[in-house]
Design a binder for this molecule. Sequence first.
Ligand code: TEU
Length: 561
Amino acid sequence: MTRRWWQETTIYHIYPRSFYDTTGDGIGDLPGIIEKLPYLRDLGVGAIWMGPVFSSPQVDNGYDVSDYRAIDPLFGTIADMDRLIARAEELGIRVLLDLVFNHSSDRHEWFVSSRSDRDGEYGDYYIWRDATADGGVPNNWRGFFGGSVWEWSPEREQYYLHLFAPEQPDLNWENPRVRADLLDVANFWIDRGVAGFRMDVINFISKAPWLPSLPSLPTDATGRPGSANGVYIDGPRLVEFLAEFRAGLRGGQDVLLVGETPGIDAERAAEYTDPETGPLDMVLLFDHLSLDHGPGGRWDPRPWSRENLRQLLSCDQAAQARSWPAIYLSNHDQPRIVSRYGNDREYRYESATALATVFYLQRGTPILYQGDEIAMRNYPITRVEEIVDIESRNAYRELVEQDGVKPQEALDRVRRIARDNGRTPMQWSATPGAGFIASGEGTVPWYPVNPDYREWNTEAQNAPGTVRWYIRRLLSLRRQTEALLAGDFEVLTAPEASPLVGFRRRGGGDSIVVLANLSDDSVSSSIDPGENAELLIGNLREPDSLSDPMLRPWECLVFRE
Ligand code: TEU
C-alpha cells in the first residue's frame, strides 16, 4: 500500500494562546506562529495542528466557537491565517485546524436564534427537551465540567444539552442541515489551503435519540460514572455521520482527519480508521493517559505501573495493525508528561528523552505537544487562584463543596492534574518572561511563565546532551528508517516488576530494538544486542559500550540487530 503523507511525518501540536505573542497583549497569536515556523522546520516537523483560533468568547479557551469562519482578534486576522498557510507550505509544513463540532458557543448566531425561536430556521440546531412533569431535568447525565448536562432556557422554556460548559451547547447532528452547515465550514478551510483537521470529541456527536439515563456503574475510562458508550460516546449514528462528512469533503483522501475520541478502546479505534471503510485516518486514544488514574478517575491519582504500559502498548498496537495509530504523550488537557510519568527533578533530561523514545518510535504518527521538546514541566501551583481553567476550577469546587474534601487536599489533588500545567507560555529564551512576548514592556502573559525558564528554554536546549537536541535526532532517525516508519511492532516481555519497557520494529529487511529503563534505579537487561548490533540513538550511551547490560536510571537505547 502506498504511504500517506502523514505516515512519514511528525505533527507538532500548538496551543496558540501560549506559543508566541508578537502583539504584546500577553496572548500568543498567528503572526507568532509564522515567526516560529523555521524553528519547527529545524525540529523536523512536517505538520502543525493548532488549537482553535476561531471567534470565541473564550469560556473554554476557544473550544466554544461563535463563528467558525472568522479568526478571533486575539489571535489575528484571516489574512494572517492565509499568510501562515502560505509560509508553512514554503517550508514544507502542512497546517491542520481544530474543528469543534460537537458543540458551539452559546453566542453563536445559530444558538441565539435557536433559543429565541423554536419554530424558526435554527430551532432544531441544538438538543432541546421539555422539563419532566415535576419540572426536573430530562435525564441524569453529568457534564465533563461538572453538574448536570442540562441548562434551562427561560426564553425558550426548555432545557438544552451541554456535555461541557453551559456556554457550550451540543449541536444536533440528527438534523441534516446542521451536518451540511458544518461540512461547509470544513470545506471553507480546505479551500484556503489547510491539509486536514483534528476533530474535537468527535465520537460524542451522535446521541441515542431517547437520551436514556445512565445506570450508576463504577467509573469508566473517561472518569465518568456509568458507561456512556453507545449513548453519547460512540453513539448509534456516529460512523454514518462521519462517513457522510468524509464523502462531502473537498480534497478527497489527502485531507487528514484525526478524531479526538475519549472513552473508546483500540479495537473501536481500528474500525473508525480502517483503511478501506473507516471515515477517519487516525484517532487520539486516552488509555495511556489513564495509567495513573485511581478508582475515582482523574482527580484520584495513583502511581502507574510499567507492566500496565507494556500490556497497553501491545494491545493498542496489535488492534491497530491494519490501521494507523496517532502516538502522543500529552496535550493541552493534561499535566506535563515529564512531571507525570517521568522524573522532573533528578532525571529531567533522561526521563523526557526516554519517554519520547518509547512513544515516538512506535508504529504511528507522533504528535508532539509544544514544550515537550524542551521537557517543560508542571507549573508549581500553590494557590487556588493559580488554577484558572474551567475544568479544574469546577473540579476543585465540587471536591470541596460536594465531596467534603478539605481545601488543602483538594488543591493538592487538582494541581497535579490541572490542565493549566500544560498551558503555561512556551519558554523560548532566558530573557525575562522567557521570550514569550516579543515586545511589550511590562505586559504580563495570560498565565505566568514557569519559573524554571532560565535553564529550560529552546535556546539553552540546543546543544548535545539536551532534550531538544535529542528529539531532533530522534525524529530524523524515524524519518530515515523504514523499519521505524512502517515496520511491524512487537512488545518485549519483561518480569512484572521490571521497569524496562521495550519493543522490536521489523521491516524493510531491518530489525530494530527500542529499550528503556523507566525508573530512577539502574537495572540490568537480559537482552543481548549481539556482536553486530549497531547503536542508532541513546540518551546516555556511547556507541562502543552497547553490550553493557546495565541501564542507568531512565536510560534508553535504540539499536539495529
Ligand atoms: O477535550 C475533550 C475531553 O474529553 C476533555 O474533557 C478532556 O479529556 C479533559 O479535559 C480531560 O479530563 C476536548 C478539548 O481538547 C478540550 O480542551 C475541551 O475543553 C473539550 O474538548 C471541550 O471542547
